[in-house]
Design a protein around this ligand. Structure first.
Ligand SMILES: Nc1ncnc2c1ncn2[C@@H]1O[C@H](COP(=O)(O)OP(=O)(O)O)[C@@H](O)[C@H]1O
Ligand SMILES: [Mg+2]
Length: 367
């Protein structure tokens, strides 16, 4: 069957956003808070495939409905500041004062990069990013337009992130009606961040994206499959929902492969059903497990390898004896991996994997 519902790819807005309605309601309230309020700087943290990017896109829609000028999610990189200015001037063109030397020879100059040359060919003094941003937001605010800036894939110690945060804080000081939302992996704020950035992000209102609830995934599957005319027993739907392990991306993969497995009458036999779950798991392992492990140190991976020998959760004492490490070394790596969102505390003295199928992936690597 053709899949018209599931979208198993990153940054793709799903037809139904499962289990995030409270977050959307909270966001709507927070952008209506007073300019300068703490909730106006928001940080979304979540695992790969937990829906950070789609949440930013959803926030953009909500804010636009409330009259905001919104810059689409900008990934943290060297040219992030100029990208933000470009997006803002494109989105808010009608409201931004043209008196400033922004337009050169009919095309928009590359703001903040020193390319502001006027028609006489005289070099304009280069304006700082903070100045450009604040003055554009000022123009927009005077036209009754608040501004929302969306930043995706926050990563350690990028100078452009510091520049943006400084600019945002100055704008707050100037009373601008602006809001900002950052999204990143849980590890993004734990690593070697510039102090100023770290302090700011730690003080921002934080949303740690939880796993999707089993019941929400099950209900979504039931509705989606029956809408598509696919017949699956309650048991088959329950098993599929459990396999997703609360990961939105895995939920999309499983849904997609199940649709593909169905014949024109919307049915599939047990072996096709099992093969679909297997394909989803394989894709997930390839896309998520590898990228989770890649940035970790050798010792982090040693720790995880020792955990992978257990079936369910791991006692710290077992890990320590397998690795022949000191207690304090093991505690250090435990903390690092928890902060990176790779493992979680099960109870005192025991940890478990926080990423689905990571154990299976590690076991394959070791063999
Ligand atoms: N709440 C959700 N409900 C349904 N699908 C979702 C949800 N969140 C994310 N997805 C889907 O999961 C996949 C990954 O989402 P994405 O936003 O790219 O994740 P992230 O940016 O956190 O890595 C996409 O296919 C997206 O459509
Ligand atoms: Mg993303």
């Amino acid at each position: 069957m053709r899949d018209t519902v599931f979208v198993p790819s990153f940054g793709n807005r799903p037809s139904v956003l499962v289990g995030r309605s409270e977050i959307l309601v909270g966001f709507e309230e927070s952008i209506q808070s007073f300019p300068g309020s703490r909730e106006r700087a928001l940080l979304i943290l979540g695992q790969r495939g937990y829906g950070k990017t789609v949440l930013l896109l959803e926030f953009a829609e909500i804010a636009k409905r409330k009259g905001f000028i919104v810059t689409s999610p900008t990934v943290v990189s060297k040219d992030m500041p100029s990208r933000i200015l470009e997006k803002l001037s494109a989105e808010g063109e009608r409201y931004i004062t043209k008196a400033r030397p922004r337009i050169t020879g009919g095309s928009i100059s590359i703001l903040g990069s020193g390319a502001g040359i006027d028609l006489q060919g005289l070099e304009q003094p280069r304006k700082s990013f903070a100045w450009e941003l604040s003055s554009m937001c000022g123009d927009l605010n005077r036209s009754g337009k608040p501004v929302l800036i969306l930043i995706d894939e926050v990563q350690a110690n990028h100078d452009s992130l510091r520049q943006l945060i400084v600019a945002y804080q100055e704008m707050v000081g100037e009373g601008r009606d602006v809001a900002i939302v950052f999204a990143g992996l849980p590890a993004a704020i734990s690593s070697v961040l510039n102090d100023h950035v770290l302090t700011f992000l730690n003080r921002a209102a934080k949303i740690v994206l939880p796993k999707l609830r089993f019941g929400d995934v099950e209900l979504y599957y039931r509705r989606a499959f029956s809408g598509l005319g696919i017949y699956l027993s309650d048991e088959a739907i329950g098993t599929a929902a459990g396999e997703a392990q609360g990961s939105p991306y895995l939920m999309q993969l499983i849904g997609h492969y199940l649709v593909m497995a169905a014949d024109e009458d919307g049915r599939m036999d047990d072996s096709l059903y099992a093969a679909a779950l297997e394909r989803a798991r394989e894709d997930f392992i390839n896309d998520i497990c590898q990228t989770t492990i890649a940035p970790l140190s050798e010792k982090d991976v040693d720790f995880l390898g020792a955990m992978a020998q257990d079936e369910d959760f791991s006692e710290m004492s077992g890990i320590i004896s397998r690795l022949n490490w000191t207690d304090s070394a093991a505690q250090t790596y435990k903390r690092r991996l928890i902060r990176a969102g790779v493992i979680e505390q099960k109870r005192r003295g025991a940890v478990q994997f926080a990423v689905p199928y990571l154990r299976d992936y590690l076991k394959r690597q070791i063999i």
